[in-house]
Ligand binder design. Sequence first.
Ligand SMILES: [Zn+2]
Length: 216
Amino acid sequence: MPELVFFSGTMDCGKSTLALQIEHNRSARGLQGMIFSRDDRAGEGKLSSRLGLVTDAVEVEDGQDLYAYIVDHLSQGGRADYVIADEAQFLAPEQIDQLARVVDDLGLDVYAFGITTDFRSKLFPGSQRLVELADRVEVLQVEALCWCGARATHNARTIGGVMVVEGAQVVVGDVTHSADEVGYEVLCRRHHRRRMTSAAAHAAALSPDVLPVSSS
Ligand SMILES: [Zn+2]
């Protein structure tokens, strides 16, 4: 039976690496995948991992019908034996419904990879819809660690190095080094709740009020 599988996790948990591994294993068996991505760090029309591997992908647009896209592709003599959707948290809920239809009506396996929750620890709409519709949700066992050494389960956003919990859900990190530079860091839940990033922890460790105080 074809399946819609949601591989979920935090940033840095190796989702894209697994997506590329699945694609490699299947193409080695002569199968051809339809690969969707959106806002990949390597740029438009790419699926890349932090380990430096990259493959071409179809860049998903706002309002694009993914089911219709695949039907068009097949009707023009194209081939698709399975579907990979990376950065699936950035897809609209309707696009997740379209992927479920690809499984049910076209009989293709769909493997979606995405970050579960945003920097406010709220579900991304695309990820929520995947949790609702997927035949299977695989929570990737996180290799990423918080600065304290605990398993990093939450995504933090920083602006100019300071953790924030308000703002637009999607802001792709920029590479300029301005004072309002947006960055991301994975943290354990405890330190996410305390808004304690590695920089904040380092600053606190150096602050005089936590040094031993002599009463003499
Ligand atoms: Zn921690």
